[in-house]
Design a protein around this ligand. Structure first.
Ligand code: HEM
Length: 172
């Protein structure tokens, strides 16, 4: 017997991690990253400084109901409920002018409009895109998650707590 690991030609099993050394890692080309952005489960919506939609991935279609070719070229108003538009556009224009946002790493949680008119809950952060020539913002990307189910569960839980509190008050 020998302490040294047996070589494959001697009947030894290659270490299970050998393939990690032999196969190159998935190459992170622009094409791979572009597919990732198109296919990931969260919506990615990119707009120009005026608020016109320039990019809309497949999850955005699933969440908001608009197909890519219907959404691109439209104003963000197609998904912003009317009562929130003034606040949204005030903040939007300020961020385009200053280049600073508080929602780069904090979630903005708001109701949004689905194509068929019903309201959903969304949560998102935004990323400002510069072209490197100057500090001007060229575009803004929102990474959006459908939060409707979580809000439904929260409301259900709050309802249960209220009912339990009412029962306890009635007993005392
Ligand atoms: C879909 C429905 C949306 C609704 C209801 C909505 C609503 C709002 C509201 C209420 C604010 C004010 C937040 C505050 O004062 O703290 C806001 C700000 C803003 N929204 Fe929207 N928004 C929506 C989508 C988007 C999208 C898709 C983008 C970007 C592509 C975007 C970009 C911004 C920006 C940049 C601000 C300013 C953030 C800041 O003050 O740092 N919004 N929006």
């Amino acid at each position: 017997m020998t302490d040294r690991p047996l070589q494959p030609e001697e009947g030894g099993d290659p270490p299970c991690w050998r393939h990690l050394l032999e196969e190159p890692p998935v190459p992170m080309t622009d094409a791979t990253l572009s597919r990732l952005v198109r296919e990931l489960a969260d919506a990615v919506v990119v707009c120009d400084p005026a608020g016109t939609i320039a990019f809309w991935n497949t999850a955005a279609t699933r969440i908001f109901g608009w197909a890519e070719d219907e959404a691109v070229g439209q104003s963000l108003d197609i998904i912003v409920p009317e009562r929130l538009r003034a606040r949204h556009w005030d903040g939007y224009r300020r961020v385009m002018a200053t280049g600073e946002t508080k929602y780069g790493d904090h979630l903005l949680e708001v109701p949004a409009l689905h194509r068929d008119g019903h309201t959903i809950s969304i949560a998102f952060t935004v990323t400002l895109l510069h072209d490197g020539i100057d500090s001007a913002v060229r575009a803004i990307a929102a990474i959006i998650r459908d939060d409707t189910e979580r809000w439904r569960q929260l409301r259900e839980l709050q309802q249960t707590v209220t009912e339990l509190e009412n029962e306890r008050t009635a007993r005392t």
